[in-house]
Every structure is written in C-alpha cells, then in structure tokens.
Write a protein that binds this ligand. Structure first.
Ligand code: MN3
Length: 203
C-alpha cells in the first residue's frame, strides 16, 4: 500500500491575497509530494501497519520498525502535518470560531485576542524549522510547537489547527518576515473545520 497526495480542497489561487498561488502550488505539489514519495520509499516491503492512515501510525510509533522509524517521523509527519495545514485553511475564512470552541478558548486564555497573541508568540519562538499547533490533550486545549516534522499525535495530543513556519511555507511572498506571515495566516483559518476536529477529538 502506498500513501497518496490528496488534491487541495480549493484552487491554488483560492487563498489570495493572503497566501499566494505560487507558494501554495510549490508547497503542496512539490514539498508535500516529496514527503509522500519518501514515506512510500521508506515503507516499501513493510507489513500491514502501513495500510492504516498515517495519523494512526504516528500515534503508535513503537509499532514502527526501528530501522525506518526516523523516516516515518520525518516523512510521515510531513505528510500528516501538511494535510492538516491544508484542511484547516480555506477561502472566505478567518474571523473567530463559533459555539463550543470559542467558549473553550475563552475559558482557557480569557479571550480570543489573548489566545491569538499566545499562539503568535509561540509561532514566532519556533527556532529553525517547525510548526505551531492548537491541540487537544487530556480534554484541554494547548498551544504546542514541534521541530522539523514531529507530529503532536506521537505525544498523545490531537492537533486541530496548525501553522507551518518552515521558511518554504512563506519565503517567496514574505521573505524573512515570519511575523507578517503568521498574522496574515489568521485570514485563511477555516474555523468550521477546526471546530469539526475539536468535536471529534477523543484525547
Ligand atoms: Mn511545509
């Protein structure tokens, strides 16, 4: 069995002017494809474990043979993290979540603005290449950073929102201005999808 790169749930130009079509096309069609290709090369000849969705594999890394575990962390994580990133963005998005998620955010951080500041500060603090996630862990919301392509799924958390702060995610349009990329990204967050993920979280 081989993993495949799903098409984006929107056109490459759909997130303009916030996320430019050229970056999105390279990021999805080249960077993400490379993680999928290298993941498939690593698991070639392996058993039934890899008939499961990659998210299930990342939750149980101890089941992955040691000889390929690092490749699965890097390329499987890259596959899962990018899939979440694409699926939690969309056109005509931004704003704030409604219903239960905003109540949980307010209960955790005091206000949506305080949550946004905490999230932005944490995304700015990623050293080198990595990601900032909103996760559900033990029934609580948390903001967590991971390095390289580590997935929070491997640390017992369920990610529901993520920003890619690897330079390849924003360099063509924003160059070294990571703060501007982070602030612009809030305009394309698909809160409806994030809420669906929150409601389906079981950790
Ligand atoms: Mn990326």
């Amino acid at each position: 069995m081989a993993y495949t790169l799903a098409p984006l749930p929107y056109e490459y130009s759909a997130l303009e002017p916030f996320y430019d079509a050229q970056t999105l096309e390279i990021h999805h069609g080249k960077h993400h494809q490379t993680y999928v290709t290298k993941l498939n090369a690593a698991i070639e000849g392996q058993g039934a474990l890899f008939e499961k969705p990659i998210e299930e594999v990342l939750k149980n890394l101890s089941l992955v043979p040691e000889t390929i575990r690092n490749a699965v962390i890097n390329h499987g994580g890259g596959h899962a993290n990018h899939t979440l990133f694409w699926n939690t963005m969309g056109p005509n998005s931004g704003g704030q979540p409604s219903s239960v998620l905003i109540e949980k955010i307010n209960a955790t951080w005091g206000s949506f603005e305080a949550f946004k500041k905490a999230f932005n500060d944490q995304a700015l603090a990623v050293f080198g290449s990595g990601w900032t996630f909103l996760v559900v862990k033990s029934g609580k919301l948390e903001i967590v950073n991971t390095s390289n392509q580590v997935s929070p799924l491997s640390n017992g958390a369920y990610p529901i929102l993520v920003i890619d702060v690897w330079e390849h995610a924003y360099y063509l349009k924003f160059q070294n201005r990571r703060q501007e990329w982070i602030e612009t990204w809030w305009n394309v967050i698909n809160w409806k999808k994030v809420e669906e993920l929150y409601l389906s979280a079981s950790v």
